[in-house]
Each structure stands twice: as structure tokens, then as C-alpha cells.
Design a binder for this molecule. Structure first.
Ligand SMILES: [Fe+2]
Length: 160
């Protein structure tokens, strides 16, 4: 028992990275939900609600896993923006078409996918199998969102 390490320091750092990133991604998606305009509004506006619901569940599970490991999740908007790898961009009505908003969203989801993959690798290296289990499901859900958004854009899942 004493030979095992239950501290998982790198996994905890990476889980907090996800807390910051997912928090910022929900802000970006809310912005998209509010600022989109176009013929597909009635389909894509509620889709953003579905994305936010999914991300909020992932965020809560990640933050609570971090707490269970003895960590302290970021809990302020300043911490989120200081630590996320996603950008903050003020937009105006008419600045982006609906298609451009979805292209923007694909890039952000691809970033999140890469963070999930990184967390799978790090939790594997530290033998934090329960965290890796959680990450596997979230990565799979993110892959699916990317596939569907790319299909909407007329592309395959790994096309530029
Ligand atoms: Fe709404």
C-alpha cells in the first residue's frame, strides 16, 4: 500500500486545465448561442444549449474528481481566463456567419479533444485509472461532436 502513490500531481494539474478550458468553452458557446443569425438559427440555437448542458456535466465531474484527489478547482472567472488555452473574443452581430461560428466551434472542440487526450495519457502514466475512465468517455463524446460539426460543414472528421 505504502509503495503506491495516490497523489497523482500531474493528473491534478491537467484536471484543473480542463476546468479552465471547459468553463471558457461554455462562455464561447453561450456567445455563439446569442449572436448567431441565419436561416438555420432554429436548429443551431438549441444545439448550443445541448452542448452547454453536456459541458457543464463534464465540468462538474472533472472538478469533483479533482477535489476527491485532494486538489482545488479554479472557481473564479479570472482564474478560468488566466489559465485556459482558449481565446476570449468580443463579437458583434453580423461579424460571423452561422457557418463561420461552427468552424470556430470545431477548432475549440478540437482543442478540448486534445486536452482530453493529454489527460488520458497523463492519468495513464500516473496509474490514476478512475480518472482515465472518465476521460475516455468525455473524449469519445467530443470526437462525436467534432464529427457531426465537420459533417455539417461538408467535411470528414479529420479534414482541414
Ligand atoms: Fe437560450
Amino acid at each position: 500500500m505504502s509503495e503506491l502513490n495516490y497523489n497523482f500531481p500531474k493528473t491534478k494539474v491537467q484536471l484543473n486545465q480542463l476546468v479552465a478550458d471547459i468553463s471558457q468553452l461554455t462562455v464561447i458557446i453561450h456567445q455563439t448561442h446569442w449572436y448567431m443569425r441565419g436561416t438555420e438559427f432554429f436548429r443551431l440555437h438549441p444545439l448550443m444549449d445541448d452542448y452547454m448542458d453536456e459541458l457543464n456535466e463534464q465540468l462538474d465531474q472533472i472538478a469533483e474528481r479533482l477535489i476527491a484527489l485532494g486538489g482545488s478547482p479554479y472557481g473564479t472567472v479570472h482564474e478560468f481566463i488566466e489559465n485556459t488555452g482558449l481565446t476570449e473574443e468580443k463579437v458583434t452581430f453580423g461579424q460571423y456567419t452561422l457557418k463561420e461560428y461552427m468552424e470556430r466551434l470545431v477548432k475549440d472542440y478540437e482543442y478540448l479533444r486534445d486536452q482530453y487526450q493529454k489527460t488520458i495519457t497523463i492519468s495513464g502514466e500516473e496509474h490514476d485509472d478512475p480518472t482515465q475512465d472518465i476521460m475516455n468517455g468525455f473524449k469519445e463524446a467530443t470526437d462525436k461532436n467534432i464529427w457531426m460539426l465537420k459533417a455539417y460543414l461538408g467535411k470528414g472528421p479529420f479534414d482541414d
